[in-house]
Ligand binder design. Structure first.
Ligand code: NAP
Ligand code: HSE
Length: 431
């Protein structure tokens, strides 16, 4: 078997593609032994064949013509590490339609077009593997599909974006403000020049959609995920959260509830004792609660050339092994149910609120009445940062349905004594 060569076409040779190339080279013998066949990259699609790639490449391996990969009868596995939902999607469709196995790291594509692509893979009996699309080097897709397959998964909660975790960590530990840490994250190469995808939570929401689909065996798309980013978090919120015994994290949350699947990505206050609270800097982690296993957590690098390549190459090895054993397609789509989504207005949580109010007698009573009228029960109220005739109120609510809180906030905003509703953050403390 080890004499068998499985040919791979690589679409993209940037950060991840370069890492894949290096791992396949440096661990060549080990990988061949583990798979029972040699894996050989025979063609690589790029935009610019003259660009220095920082890896020694055989002459002529680079091409700008996708057909040299997609139309090659020798190439059995296509690895898509180009990114985006334009050419990458077209090439993945074509590769699957032509019966090739596909490995991808592309959460943007899967979180929107997953249903169509998995159906196509199933029809053609091909593998479509995507371990690197969520949390980079952390094994989590296989964990949910295989290692925890005996469990009814109750919740998945993850720190799925390294850029924002780095920023929130710096805001917490160094007391720096949002714009300051964003510039730092850009200088370090974590955040892109346009940081919208990371900072506004879209990147984490795409990963949350993929995780929720696998955890609950139902197709959940990016559009189904409620999303808020971290751009409204201030140093005041961080300070108050710390004093109250919490850390602020951008979380991807998916829960199985009697009213349907909850799926959301937003910043939240987590108790300092929660396992995810200790995950700092650019690290990612995924906390999974199963009915048999209980609580588990998976931690590591969510991005970077070699950590991401670790997951991509493992997928290539699985696809190659399936080809060797004539079983491609055996790791098929697991979305065999159609579960309803729980509307965001029905999601229940505790909440942290920061209000700037006029500091005079009777103000608290007016505010408390509005909350009471909407069945929002207050667990704690403290007055902070009194300046002149203005004061900041920090409130924690008991668990309440999101819609009740929204209605109360709309009415609070109309009160003359409430100058500003500075921030509202959910508190996730049932972990
Ligand atoms: P990247 O550094 O920008 O590399 C993209 C590569 O694809 C480049 O080699 C580029 O060619 C090639 N490419 C792009 N569009 C092309 C087109 N139309 N035709 C031909 N070649 C094209 O991207 P990356 O960071 O490696 O990310 C790749 C994928 O992995 C994305 O889906 C990303 O979300 C995912 N991912 C990345 C990370 C990470 O740490 N970077 C982690 C997890 C997942 P040229 O080099 O010639 O421009
Ligand atoms: N931009 C992502 C992050 C990495 O900061 O975690 C790629 O998914």
């Amino acid at each position: 078997m080890r004499g068998r060569i499985i040919k791979v076409g690589l679409l993209g040779l940037g950060t991840v593609g370069g890492g894949v190339y290096r791992v396949l080279q440096s661990n060549r013998e080990l990988i061949a032994g583990r798979v029972g066949a040699r894996i050989e990259i025979s063609r690589v699609l790029v935009r610019d064949v003259r660009k220095d790639r920082g890896v020694p490449l055989p002459p002529g391996i680079l091409t700008t013509d996708p057909e040299e990969i997609l139309n090659s009868p020798e190439i059995e596995i296509v690895v898509e590490v180009m990114g985006g939902t334009g050419a990458a999607l077209d090439h993945v469709r074509t590769a699957l339609a032509r019966g090739k196995s596909v490995v991808t790291a592309n959460k943007d594509m899967l979180a929107v077009h997953g249903k169509e692509l998995f159906q196509l893979a199933q029809e053609k009996g091909s593998d479509l593997l995507f371990e690197a699309s969520v949390a980079g080097g952390i094994p989590i897709i296989r964990v949910l599909k295989q290692c925890l397959a005996a469990n009814r998964i109750q919740q998945v909660m993850g720190i799925l974006n390294g850029t924002t975790n780095y920023m929130l960590t710096r805001m917490t530990n160094a007391g720096r403000d949002f714009q300051d840490v964003l510039r730092e994250a850009q200088a370090l190469g974590y955040a892109e020049a346009d940081p919208t995808n990371d900072v506004e939570g879209y990147d984490a929401a795409r990963k949350t959609a993929i995780l929720a689909s696998i955890a609950f065996n139902t197709r959940i798309s990016f559009q189904d995920v409620y999303v808020e980013g971290i751009s409204r978090i201030t140093t005041e919120d961080i300070t108050y959260a710390t004093e109250l015994g919490y850390v602020i994290k951008l979380l991807g949350i998916a829960k199985d509830t009697p009213e349907g699947i909850e799926v959301r990505t937003h910043p939240a206050l987590l108790p300092q004792s929660h396992p995810l609270a200790a995950v700092s800097d650019s690290f990612n982690a995924v906390f999974v609660r199963g009915d048999a296993v209980g609580d588990t957590m998976f931690y590591g690098r969510g991005a970077g050339d070699l950590p991401t390549a670790s997951a991509v190459v493992a997928d290539i090895m699985d696809a190659a092994r399936n080809i060797v054993h004539r079983a491609p397609g055996i790791i098929s789509c697991t979305c065999f149910e159609e579960r309803p989504l729980k509307p965001m207005g029905q999601v229940r949580s505790r909440n942290y609120l920061r209000l700037r109010v006029i500091d005079q007698p009777g103000v608290l009573a007016q505010i408390a009445k509005v909350f009471g009228d909407h069945q929002v029960s207050l667990a704690a109220v403290t007055q902070r940062d009194t300046r002149g005739d203005r004061a900041e109120l920090v409130l924690i609510t008991h668990e309440v349905a999101e819609q009740n809180l929204r209605d109360a906030l709309a009415e609070l905003g109309e009160l003359e004594v409430v100058e500003e509703i500075c921030n509202v953050l959910r508190v996730e403390d049932d972990g």
